[in-house]
Design a protein around this ligand. Structure first.
Ligand code: HT7
Ligand code: ZN
Length: 845
C-alpha cells in the first residue's frame, strides 16, 4: 500500500477543458465512450500523461482521431502524449450490476446510480481523477429506462436517450448519473434575482412517494437561508435529488444531482422519528450548501477535505440552529463531537483536521475532518467577530469562485480582512489531539484571577504539541446567580495564562467555555455544590446543561469505583430543571439524558482506571432507577403535560415535548413495569412515540409482543425495519447481544449488501457497550466474522466499521487480547481490501 503525502503535491500535468461522455447502459456490460479535450498545464512540473482507471475493460483509445495502444496498468493508463492540446477518446466496458462496492457506477434495486467521491470516477472511465482538474461535462445516456439523469441542465432527449450539459467546471468526483423507473415530486424555487429553479425529489414507484414532502420543504428553506445568510444563490435551472436504497454514507452533493441514502431524505410521521426529520433537514441543507462550499469552490487535493466539509458542517449547524433552537443544537453538536471526535483523538486513529498523509482517502471522512473542522471555523468566527466573518466569507467566494483551493487560501481571506496573523491559529489544522484546559482560580481584594493552562497529549506521529489559540468564553455569576461579568471571550495563546477581573465584591462562580467555545476538555475542580449551582443558575444554557452532565458523569464514575449512592446535589438539581416549566422541553430532555456507557468508560480511563463494561452497565441501570424513584411524584404530571394536541408536525416545539415525554416514559417504565409504555405503543400515531415506547419496554426486558407487532406492521418498509433490527440488538441484555445480532443475520430481510441493514445490526451491536464488550468475546468474534464477509463486497463500509475496535487499549488484559485477536483475524483475511487493511493496521498501532 502506498502512502500519499500532502508535501508531495504537484500540479496536474494536463488540464481538461471539456469532457463528453456517452453511456450505453447495460447491467453487466455498460459501454462508456469518452472524448476529453486536454491541454498541457503551464504550471506543471512534469509532462507525464497518466489517467486513473480501475476495474475497467479497455476497448479502444485514440488521440486526435488516431488509434493508440496505451500502457495499461492496474491503476490506470499511461501514454507519451503530445506537449500541445489534443483530444483523447476512449471506450471502456464496466459492470454496474456486479459492482457491490457502491463506488463508481452501480445498481441498486434496478436503478443505475453513481458515487464518485472521493475516487470513484476512475471506476467509470479513464480520467485524471483528482479534484484540481475541473472541466465542463456533457453527457449522453442511452438506455431503455424512463428516467435518465445527469448533472447540470437537460439539453435534449428522446425515446431511450437523454443529453445533459453542466456549464460549471467541476472535478470528476462531482459527476453523477442516475437511470431507472423513477417518479418525482416536483416544485419550484424562485431565487432572489428572480430565476425559477425546478426542484425534483425522485424515488422508485411503489411506496415512498408520500415520504418526499418534508425533504422538499427542507430544500426550499435551505435555498432561501443560503441567500439570506451567505448571499449565495443557486446557479442551474434544475436541482434534482434521488433517493437510493444502497448507499455507503448519508448523501452526496453531485452538481445539480444530489444522490441520497433513502434514510437521509424520506420521511413521514408514521415512519420517521423527530430525530430523523431533524437529521434529514440538516443533510439536505448540508448537501445543498456544498453547491458553493465544495462545488463552486472545491479542494485542490484530498488533504484539503476539511475546506469543504468543515465549512459545510459549520453552515448546516448554523442553519439548524436558526430553524430550531441554538442552545439545543449546540448541546447536540457537543454530544456528537465528544462521542466521536474526542474518541478518535484519544485513540490510535487520531489525525489532524488536515491530515498530512493517507493510504486510502475514504478512511479520512472522519469526525475530525467534519466535526472538528466545523469547530475550527466556529472558533475563527468567535475570534474575528460576526462582521469580519461575513466579510471574509464574501472575499472567499469572490476570490476563489471556480478554484480548487487550500486551507492556506481560506485562512488568507481572514488575514486580509482582519489584518490578523493566523499562523498560530493554523495549528488547529495540523496538530491532532484534544487540548486539556486546566482551570484554577484565586480571589483576593476584589480581584478574581482565572489561571488557565493548556496541554495537548501526544498522538500517533506527533509527540510534542504547541500551544493553540483558544477562544475561552467566560461569564462570572454572583451568589444569587446574577451575571457580574457577562460573557467575555478570552484569547488564550500560551501554555499558561492568567486573566483577571477587578472590582468584584465577592468571589464569583465562573462559567467557563460558554457555548462550548473551543473543542477542548475542561479540567476544573469544582465542588458538587458549585456544579449544582451552575445547573440551577447558569445564564449560558450550554454550561447549565454541561454542569448537570459533569455531575452525572462524576457520580457514575464514583458509583462504579466506590459503589457510591446517588447524591442529593445531582438528584435535586435534576428535579429542579425537570419541574421548571419555563424551560424548553427539548433542553430538559437533554439534561435528563445520562452520559452514555461509552462516555463512562472513557471517563474512567481518563481518570486512570480500567473500565469494566458490565460494572458500568450496572451503575447506569442503578442510577436510572434512583432517578425514577426520586422523581416518582413528578413524572406522571410531566408525562401528561408533554402530550401534543393536533396532528403531528416535526417542528422543534412538539418534537421537544415528545423528546421529554419519551425520556420521562423510560423512567416511568422502571416503576410501573411498562404499563404506560405499552399504552403509548398501542396508541401511537407517529414513529417517535411508537419507537420511544418500544425502547422503554425493551430497556426493562419487556416488549416481546410489541416487537413482533412492530415487525408485522412494518415488514414492508425497509427504513422502519432498520430501526427494528437496530433496536433489539442495541438494547439486548449484555449476555444476549451477540446472539441477538447473529440471529438477525439469518432473518430473511437481512441483506449483507445493504449498508443500512448491516449498520443496523452491527452498529446496534457496537452501540450496546456491555454487550459488545461481554467478557465471552462473542461480540468481538461476531463482528470480525461479518466484517471479513463484507470486505470483499464493500470495503468502504467494512473499513468504517472496524472503528468499533479502536478503544481496545482501554480495556483489561483479557478483553484486549480478545479484541486484538479479532483485529488480527481481520488483518489476515485473504485478499483484504486496502481500505480495511489501513484501518486495522492503524488501530493495532
Ligand atoms: N461529500 C460526501 C462525502 C462522501 C460520500 C458520500 C456518499 C458515499 C460515499 C462518500 N464518500 C465521501 C458527503 C458529504 O459530506 O456531504
Ligand atoms: Zn459534506
Amino acid at each position: 500500500p502506498q502512502t500519499i503525502y500532502l508535501s508531495d503535491y504537484t500540479p496536474p500535468a494536463y488540464l481538461v477543458d471539456s469532457v463528453h461522455l456517452t453511456f450505453k447502459l447495460g447491467g453487466t456490460g455498460t459501454r462508456v465512450v469518452s472524448r476529453i479535450a486536454f491541454r498541457p498545464n503551464p504550471d506543471a512540473t512534469s509532462r507525464e500523461f497518466f489517467l486513473h482507471g480501475e476495474d475497467l475493460r479497455f476497448v479502444s483509445a485514440k488521440i486526435d482521431g488516431t488509434p493508440i495502444t496505451p500502457d495499461l496498468r492496474d491503476d490506470g493508463l499511461r501514454y507519451d502524449a503530445p506537449d500541445a492540446p489534443f483530444v483523447f477518446e476512449a471506450e471502456v466496458e464496466i459492470s454496474p450490476a456486479t459492482n457491490t462496492s457502491l463506488e463508481g457506477l452501480y445498481m441498486s434495486n434496478g436503478m443505475y446510480c453513481t458515487q464518485c467521491e472521493a475516487e470513484g470516477f476512475r471506476k467509470i472511465t479513464y480520467y485524471p481523477d483528482r479534484p484540481d482538474v475541473m472541466a465542463v461535462f456533457t453527457v449522453r445516456i442511452e438506455g431503455d429506462l424512463p428516467v435518465l439523469l445527469s448533472n447540470g441542465n437537460p439539453t435534449a432527449s428522446g425515446e431511450g436517450w437523454a443529453e445533459w450539459h453542466d456549464p460549471w467546471p467541476k472535478p470528476a468526483y462531482l459527476f453523477a448519473l442516475v437511470a431507472g423507473d423513477l417518479v418525482a415530486l416536483s416544485d419550484t424555487f424562485t431565487t432572489r434575482s428572480g430565476r425559477e429553479v425546478d426542484l425534483n425529489i425522485w424515488v422508485r414507484p411503489g411506496g415512498d412517494e408520500a415520504k418526499r414532502a418534508f425533504g422538499m420543504e427542507a430544500l426550499k428553506k435551505s435555498m432561501k437561508w443560503d441567500e439570506d445568510v451567505y448571499g449565495r444563490e443557486y446557479d442551474l435551472d434544475l436541482f434534482n435529488i434521488v433517493a437510493v436504497d444502497d448507499f455507503n454514507m448519508g448523501a452526496m452533493e453531485n452538481k445539480g444531482l444530489n444522490i441520497f441514502n433513502a434514510s437521509a431524505v424520506l420521511a413521514s410521521p408514521e415512519t420517521a422519528t423527530d430525530a430523523d426529520f431533524e437529521r434529514i433537514e440538516a443533510i439536505i441543507a448540508h448537501e445543498y450548501f456544498h453547491n458553493w462550499t465544495g462545488n463552486r469552490i472545491t479542494c485542490r487535493d484530498w488533504f484539503q477535505l476539511c475546506l469543504k466539509e468543515g465549512l459545510t458542517v459549520f453552515r448546516d449547524q448554523q442553519f439548524t440552529g436558526d430553524m430550531r433552537s441554538h442552545a439545543v443544537k449546540r448541546i447536540d453538536d457537543a454530544l456528537v463531537l465528544r462521542a466521536h471526535q474526542f474518541r478518535e483523538d484519544n485513540g490510535p486513529l487520531a489525525h489532524p483536521v488536515r491530515p498530512d498523509s493517507f493510504v486510502e482517502i475514504n478512511n479520512f471522512y472522519t469526525a475530525t475532518v467534519y466535526e472538528k473542522g466545523a469547530e475550527v471555523i466556529g472558533m475563527l468566527k468567535l475570534l474575528v467577530g460576526n462582521a469580519d466573518y461575513a466579510k471574509a466569507l464574501d472575499l472567499y467566494f469572490d476570490r476563489h469562485d471556480g478554484d480548487a483551493a487550500t486551507i492556506e487560501d481560506w485562512l488568507k481571506v481572514f488575514e486580509d480582512v482582519t489584518g490578523r496573523d493566523l499562523r498560530q491559529f493554523a495549528l488547529w489544522y495540523s496538530q491532532a489531539g484534544t487540548p486539556r484546559l486546566t482551570v484554577t482560580e484565586t480571589y483576593e481584594g476584589g480581584t478574581y484571577h482565572l489561571h488557565l493552562r493548556q496541554e495537548t497529549p501526544p498522538t500517533p506521529g506527533q509527540d510534542t504539541k504547541e500551544p493553540l489559540v483558544l477562544p475561552v468564553a467566560v461569564g462570572l455569576l454572583n451568589e444569587n446567580g446574577a451575571e457580574v461579568v457577562p460573557t467575555t471571550v478570552l484569547e488564550m495563546t500560551q501554555s499558561a495564562q492568567t486573566f483577571s477581573f477587578e472590582g468584584l465584591s465577592s468571589k464569583p462562580t465562573a462559567s467557563i467555555l460558554r457555548n462550548f467555545s473551543a473543542p477542548v476538555i475542561v479540567k476544573h475542580d469544582k465542588t458538587n455544590a458549585e456544579r449544582a449551582f451552575l445547573l440551577a443558575h447558569d445564564t449560558d444554557p450550554f454550561n447549565r446543561w454541561d454542569a448537570g452532565r459533569t455531575l452525572a458523569q462524576d457520580l457514575l464514575v464514583r458509583m462504579v469505583r466506590e459503589d457510591a449512592a446517588p447524591d442529593a446535589a445531582f438528584l435535586d438539581g435534576l428535579a429542579a430543571v425537570l419541574r421548571d416549566d419555563a424551560l424548553d422541553p427539548a433542553f430538559r430532555a437533554l439534561v435528563l439524558r445520562l452520559p452514555s456507557e461509552e462516555d463512562t468508560a472513557q471517563a474512567l480511563f481518563d481518570a486512570g482506571h480500567t473500565p469494566d463494561p458490565s460494572a458500568i452497565n450496572d451503575a447506569h441501570e442503578t442510577l436510572k432507577l434512583h432517578i425514577a424513584q426520586h422523581l416518582q411524584d413528578t413524572l406522571p404530571r410531566i408525562y401528561a403535560d408533554m402530550s401534543v394536541d393536533g396532528p403531528y408536525t416535526p417542528d422543534a416545539e412538539p418534537a421537544g415535548k415528545r423528546a421529554l415525554g419519551n425520556a420521562v416514559l423510560a423512567l416511568i417504565s422502571k416503576l410501573d413495569g411498562g404499563k404506560a409504555a405499552a399504552q403509548q405503543f398501542a396508541n401511537a400515531d407517529n414513529m417517535t412515540q411508537q419507537l420511544g415506547a418500544l425502547r422503554a419496554l425493551l430497556q426493562i426486558s419487556k416488549g416481546a409482543a410489541e416487537l413482533a407487532a412492530f415487525e408485522d406492521q412494518w415488514r414492508h418498509d425497509r427504513l422502519v425495519m432498520d430501526k427494528w433490527f437496530a433496536l433489539q440488538v442495541s438494547l439486548a441484555p449484555a449476555d444476549q447481544a451477540a446472539a441477538t445480532a447473529e440471529k438477525l443475520t439469518v432473518h430473511p430481510d437481512f441483506d449483507l449488501k445493504n449498508p443500512n441493514r448491516f449498520r443496523a445490526v452491527f452498529g446496534g451491536l457496537r452501540g450496546n457497550t456491555a454487550g459488545f464488550h461481554h467478557p465471552s468475546g462473542a461480540g468481538y468474534d461476531l463482528l470480525a466474522e461479518w466484517l471479513i464477509k463484507l470486505d470483499p463486497l464493500n470495503p468502504q463500509t467494512t473499513a468504517r466499521m472496524t472503528t468499533a475496535f479502536d478503544t481496545w487499549k482501554r480495556y483489561d488484559a483479557e478483553r484486549q487480547s480478545k479484541m486484538r485477536t479479532a483485529l488480527e483475524r481481520i488483518a489476515r483475511a485473504k485478499g483484504l481490501s486496502g481500505d480495511t487493511n489501513e484501518m486495522v493496521t492503524r488501530i493495532l498501532g
